[in-house]
Design a protein around this ligand. Structure first.
Ligand code: FAD
Ligand code: SF4
Length: 450
């Protein structure tokens, strides 16, 4: 905001920038001083913020204008949704591709013959590491304004999370563009195949870290998508990576925003599994757990405010779901910890996708896994005190007994979900004696969490 205010001032615009803890009073004074009778506000993506602004007791009319942070408008989505039995993301994404004419042949068919190339995007981490490591992500040195803000945050009386002194993100549109160009040049070609892998000490790999810039309005989603599309035509980058990346923005990001507006603010209270446990303190103090995957990811989040999608979903959120934490409490932690956090994107991602608290509006089954998946997709288990192959015994991995205990406890509920049938058949194969041990391990472990 401060850089943008400066930029507009330099262009000759009449800018008032007020730092205030009392918005209503400050705004009223400013409106009176400037003789304003109509206030145009870019529509906030968050429902509660729009309600708050709409109720401000000020002496002028408020008009919300299109905020341009999304490609789909909510009326457009409502029309699309009203003619459908279900709101599947893949259908939404294909409609978005057609509407915005992205990666389409002249006859309207998808470039390369398929809408979704995810099957080509499931590479595992190479056994002996990468010959060529992922490039270090682009960093921006803080300028005078940013340094002032870092000092202000560090002086502030509010408890803060993360390390201000290491801040190296872009804070202007121009630098955010550089970050996008860097991603396209250096990382995009490998984004697709390796987007699901996790490695100790590198929480970015081939991901873009564009979410803060998109969510703050420093980059427009359609510009990002078009630049990536151009790289397919002009630089001949692999279609599986380009399509996979474009699907994240034109598909997932747009979809999450529309679903958030569609379901309304009651969504936050969803709690399909009736989970009521507190968030364990290891989310704030990673040194208090011996689970290497959890400790590594949380430590990186502490330092940077960032983890990539699979770390968020299959480590942090997976554990919270298996540990029966109250979904709103999980969301509150994510909200405090991440650089790209906003209600509109947190609620569907954490409450819906991560915790399955909506009972299946957003996902077709809960995203849960045992250590098997984590071991396959990462190097965390190689240096862990727990054994990823054991589900009982002293060194058994908590992800294993918690996973099977979760399935056993929620068996009745989950049986109606088509995609759970095969998994529940595996649960039925566990003999009674072992199942009893699993349940005791899970119970003891949950009791031990603080
Ligand atoms: P990349 O992997 O490089 O993907 C490119 C872009 O696609 C992202 O920048 C983002 O804008 C978009 N995108 C991809 N997946 C999603 C998605 N599921 N929802 C919305 N946009 C998506 N995203 C946020 O922007 N803010 C959040 O607070 C947030 N919290 C999350 C919490 C959980 C539990 C989960 C499972 C996902 C969350 N996501 C959130 C979605 C996604 O994980 C992040 O957008 C992504 O990891 C950001 O990193 P990146 O820019 O390197 O993404
Ligand atoms: Fe995580 Fe279990 Fe693997 Fe340890 S063994 S890193 S706790 S999945």
């Amino acid at each position: 905001m401060r850089h943008y205010a400066e930029k507009l001032r330099n262009r000759g615009a009449d800018i008032t920038y007020i730092k205030t803890a009392e918005l209503e009073k400050s705004l009223s004074r400013w409106i009176k001083k400037k003789g304003i009778d109509e206030l145009n506000i870019a529509e906030p993506a968050n429902i509660t913020l729009k309600e708050y602004l709409g109720k401000l007791n000020i002496d002028c009319k408020i008009v919300f204008v299109d905020n341009k942070q999304f490609i789909w408008s909510i009326p457009e989505f409502n029309t699309w949704a009203s003619s459908r039995k279900n709101l599947i993301m893949e259908d939404f994404y294909r409609t978005g591709r057609k509407n915005s004419e992205i990666l389409l042949e002249k006859d309207g068919k998808p470039s390369g013959g398929k809408w979704n190339l995810d099957r080509e995007n499931r590479k595992l981490p190479p056994k002996n590491g990468f010959q060529k490591k992922p490039p270090q992500h682009i960093k921006f040195s803080p300028d005078k304004i940013t340094k002032e803000i870092i000092a202000e945050v560090e002086r502030s009386e509010y408890p803060t999370y993360g390390k201000g002194k290491d801040f190296n993100l872009a804070v202007t549109h121009e630098d955010a563009q550089k970050a996008l160009d860097f991603f396209i040049e250096e990382k995009l070609s490998n984004f697709g195949p390796y987007q699901d892998i996790m490695l100790t000490g590198d929480n970015v790999l081939w991901h873009s870290i564009l979410s803060p810039y998109l969510n703050l309005g420093l980059l427009h989603p359609l510009n990002v998508i078009k630049k990536a599309e151009l790289a397919y035509y002009q630089k001949n980058l692999p279609l599986n990576s380009i399509e996979g990346f474009i699907r994240q923005i034109l598909g997932w990001r747009e979809y999450m925003h529309c679903i958030y507006k569609y379901t309304g603010d009651k969504y936050l209270k969803s709690n399909w599994f009736d989970h009521e446990r507190e968030l364990p303190d290891i989310y704030w103090y990673p040194e208090r757990t011996s689970m290497n995957c959890m400790a590594s990811v949380i430590e990186e989040v502490l330092n940077t405010g960032y983890a990539h999608h699979i770390q968020r979903l299959m480590i942090l959120s997976n554990f919270a779901l298996l540990a029966e934490v109250n979904p709103a409490k999980v969301k509150n932690w994510f909200h405090a910890a991440f650089i790209d956090a906003y209600d509109w994107v947190m609620q569907p991602n954490v409450i819906g996708m991560g915790q399955f608290a909506d009972g299946g509006i957003l996902a077709t089954k809960p995203y849960i896994s045992s250590a098997n998946y984590i071991n396959k997709m990462s190097d965390y288990c190689q240096n862990c005190t727990y054994n990823h192959n054991h589900r009982t015994g002293e060194d058994a991995c908590p992800f294993n007994y918690l996973y099977w205990a979760f399935l056993h406890k929620n068996n009745e509920k989950l049986r109606d979900i088509g995609r759970m049938k095969l998994i529940l058949k595996n649960l039925d194969r566990i003999n009674k004696k072992e199942l009893k041990q699993i349940m005791t391990h899970a119970d003891d472990f949950l009791k031990s969490l603080k």
